[in-house]
Design a protein around this ligand. Structure first.
Ligand code: IMP
Ligand code: MG
Length: 182
């Protein structure tokens, strides 16, 4: 797996220090509020675990499973895999996603949450934000790192379901992209 990485973008220690800062802001912002964190799976599972252990609030956790990507390109449509969503009426919702790219995923989820859930507020937190024009008008309220327009893997992020368990974020070699293409 290591040999498939052309370049490491963020080492684990760098990611964790940044999570300390993000978690401190989130903790301060939600101190007196009823917080429900909604993690967008699969991509945010490591981010979620590392971030939430740094937020000492009595929060509740739910997760939504969605998919939009095939290979290194967005498919353009969002598929929701779960049928039931947790009751967040009157609660403050913080969406967690691995990466904000075209904005399609976050926009669809935010929209559904704002229209259907009765939440008191909806904000979003992403580990990575790609510096590209957004297809959808959506912004993240908390951002770990701004990255250039490159396809990244690791720390939860996949390429055709591989590499999620790499402890750092990196860029694949051309050879690995070809070999693992669908
Ligand atoms: P968006 O809908 O285009 O904003 O893309 C968001 C989703 O696409 C993320 O939750 C990821 O699952 C996936 N994605 C976007 N960019 C990358 C990447 O560079 N590496 C791995 N997955 C990505
Ligand atoms: Mg993905």
């Amino acid at each position: 797996m290591e040999a498939d990485i052309a370049r490491v973008l963020y080492h684990e220690s760098t990611i964790l220090s940044r999570l300390d800062e993000l978690a401190a802001r989130i903790t301060a912002d939600y101190r007196e509020k009823e917080l429900t964190v909604v993690a967008i799976l699969n991509g945010s599972f490591i981010f979620m675990a590392d971030l939430l252990r740094r937020v000492p609030l009595p929060l509740q956790l739910d997760s939504w499973s969605v998919s939009s990507y095939h290979g290194t390109k967005t498919s353009g449509t969002i598929q929701f895999r779960q049928t039931q969503i947790a009751d967040v009426r009157g609660r403050h919702v913080l969406l967690l996603d691995d990466i904000l790219d075209s904005g399609l995923t976050l926009h669809a989820i935010r929209d559904r949450m704002e229209k259907e859930s009765g939440a008191a507020s909806v904000r979003s937190c992403v580990l990575l934000r790609k510096m590209v024009p957004r297809t959808c008008p959506v912004e993240a309220d908390y951002v770990g790192f701004d990255i250039p327009d490159e396809f990244v893997v690791g720390y939860g992020l996949d390429y055709n379901e591989r590499y999620r368990n790499l402890p750092y974020i990196g860029i694949l070699t051309e050879e690995a992209i070809r070999r693992n293409a669908l």
